[in-house]
Design a protein around this ligand. Structure first.
Ligand code: GDP
Length: 289
């Protein structure tokens, strides 16, 4: 599956991140989707931000599998100069927790003379706008016209001596393994025109079969999902959701839309598509190919 990403957009985002790094950054927050932490991470970000400490924020944890979120937090916390925390939009005032995690990573910063400078990035749909809107509340400080600061860059105060910089543009998804493209599409992080819904739905079923068969069985009144062909599971979903055309034939397109909607809204349940070990194995496989 190919995902179209606009080179112009990529270039502008890269430039904005590089400019902000030149002006000074102490900690880089990468917002990840807790339902697909491997695929929503962009390894090129580390190339742009060098050895800066990183805070991985697993957002939308309310929709993710709690046990897998713990596994991913442990995985990121084991990296040097990296901390990881879980977050979701129900948290009314996340600024204090974000600032505390950043302070641990940059203990020598803080105070009026040396405020803590934090850059935030994330691929589309991870919830960056939602988080920023929550953080901004009433204390937004737009600094686009301050000398030397990237046009339209937003500066948000996390604490009296800690600033969060939101560069314009989105971090583009970096597809390292074929599964990532499908997972990002399933979660809604790539444009609708870049993929085929049926292909993505079938891949989603194959990812869900080993570990989440009971959720599919409960929602679509199916049995033995783990041992079925993914096409048969999708047809079963179509029948359960009334996606049947005249003549009794299941519309695989409608069935695919129903499954993707249920996954995206968490109507299926709390699902995380990737584990740290599984993702590492996919990467090793892709590199060996
Ligand atoms: P952005 O593209 O990264 O700016 O993402 P948005 O902030 O626009 O969020 C994408 C979608 O995810 C929106 O429908 C949000 O309401 C939803 N969303 C954002 N954060 C959360 C969260 O923590 N939990 C849940 N359940 N939904 C969220």
């Amino acid at each position: 599956m190919s995902v179209n990403w606009f080179p112009g957009h990529m270039h502008a985002t890269r430039k904005a991140i590089i400019e902000r790094m030149k002006l000074g950054v102490d900690v880089v927050i990468e917002l990840l989707d807790a339902r697909l932490p491997g695929s929503s991470e962009n390894p090129l970000l580390a190339e742009l931000t060098g050895a800066k400490p990183a805070l991985k924020v697993l957002n939308k944890q309310d929709m993710a599998d709690p046990a897998r979120t713990v596994a991913w937090l442990d995985h990121f916390n084991a990296r040097p100069e990296t901390r990881a925390i879980g977050l979701d939009a129900s948290e009314a005032a996340p600024a204090a927790r974000l600032a505390a995690a950043c302070r641990e990573l940059a203990p020598n910063r803080g105070g009026m003379a040396k405020p803590l400078r934090v850059l935030i990035c994330g691929v589309p749909n991870v919830g960056k706008s939602t988080l920023i809107n929550t953080l901004v509340g009433k204390k937004a400080t737009k600094t686009g016209d301050e000398a030397g600061i990237t046009k339209n860059e937003q500066r948000i105060s996390l604490a009296s001596d800690a600033y969060l910089y939101d560069t314009p543009g989105m971090l583009w998804p970096k597809i390292l393994v074929p599964k990532s493209g499908y997972h990002l599409a399933a979660a809604g992080s790539v444009g609708r025109n870049a993929y085929d819904e049926e292909e993505v739905a079938l891949e989603l079923i194959e990812t869900l079969q080993p570990d989440y068969a009971p959720l599919l069985e409960a929602r679509y009144r199916l049995q033995d999902v783990a041992s079925m062909l993914s096409e048969d599971v999708l047809a079963g979903i179509g029948r359960a959701r009334g996606a049947v055309q005249s003549g009794g034939k299941v519309s695989m397109q409608k069935a695919s839309e129903a499954l993707l909607n249920d996954y995206r809204s968490a109507a299926l349940g709390r699902v995380t598509l990737e584990t740290p070990e599984g993702f590492a194995a996919w990467r090793a496989e892709a590199e060996a190919a």
